[in-house]
Design a protein around this ligand. Structure first.
Ligand SMILES: [Zn+2]
Length: 232
């Protein structure tokens, strides 16, 4: 039997129309991860790195900060999302990632570590009750502490303080400050995180935990950095 040449183009198109969707479920350390990439925007190598980075960080973040954090997490690769990544903790914990970001910056996969910390945080408010600078500062503190390969993207907490930096600048600036302050007051970040999750954090919490105002701690931190000292 001879296949009609007229049908061939149609047959060739069929696989393209039905492929391009990945959904994988992985269980590890008591956590079930569903990885979804509806348009197969990321290749298998990147998928494996995302999954490995997630489990490596999340298991330890969860154990150290919030063992009751979600034991079922979705990671959604969404080509229609034009930010970098975000977490939605209302209902099922979901991390959404813009694949274009990782295609252009494949070394930046530890953004997953930052986002995984947001799942652990599970604060009742973002910007309301839980200040944005502190929420993001703790997430970057966690990226530094639990990241699998931050060096691959040249990501690091700053070791210098710029004139326009403040304790509440947020992200890496606040993350570096928190790391320094936690070394002086062991357990400080864990206690701040617990207060935020309980909805008990107030501007006075820092002083209650450290014995000095946050401005005073920042001032000592900035001075130590300016002097090139690590001393606390
Ligand atoms: Zn964040």
């Amino acid at each position: 039997m001879i296949r009609s040449a007229r049908l061939l183009p149609l047959l060739c198109l069929l696989p393209l129309a039905t492929a391009a969707a990945t959904e994988t479920t992985i269980e590890r350390d008591g956590v079930t991860l569903v990885y979804r990439d509806a348009s197969d925007a990321l290749d298998a190598t990147m998928r494996a790195r995302i999954v490995e980075t997630f489990f490596s960080a999340y298991a330890r973040q969860r154990a150290d900060f919030n063992p009751a954090a979600a034991d079922a997490v979705d990671i959604v690769i969404d080509a229609g999302y034009d930010g970098v990544a975000f977490v939605d903790n209302k209902g099922h914990a979901t991390m959404t990632i813009n694949p274009a970001w990782l295609v252009e910056r494949p070394g930046d996969v530890d953004l997953v570590t930052h986002e995984a910390m947001h799942i652990v945080q599970a604060y009742p408010g973002y910007g309301v009750g839980a200040p944005v600078w502190l929420t993001e500062g703790i997430a970057d503190y966690a990226r530094d502490r639990y990241g699998l390969d931050n060096a691959a993207s040249g990501w690091a907490l700053p070791d210098a303080v710029a004139d326009d930096h403040r304790h509440d600048t947020g992200y890496r600036v606040s993350g570096a400050f928190l790391k320094w302050a936690d070394a002086a007051h062991p357990g400080l970040v864990r206690r701040l995180d617990a207060a935020l999750r309980a909805g008990a954090y107030t501007p006075d919490t820092w002083a209650a935990l450290t014995g000095e105002t946050i401005e005073a701690t920042w001032s000592r931190y900035a001075q130590a950095r300016a002097d090139g000292r690590d001393a606390r």
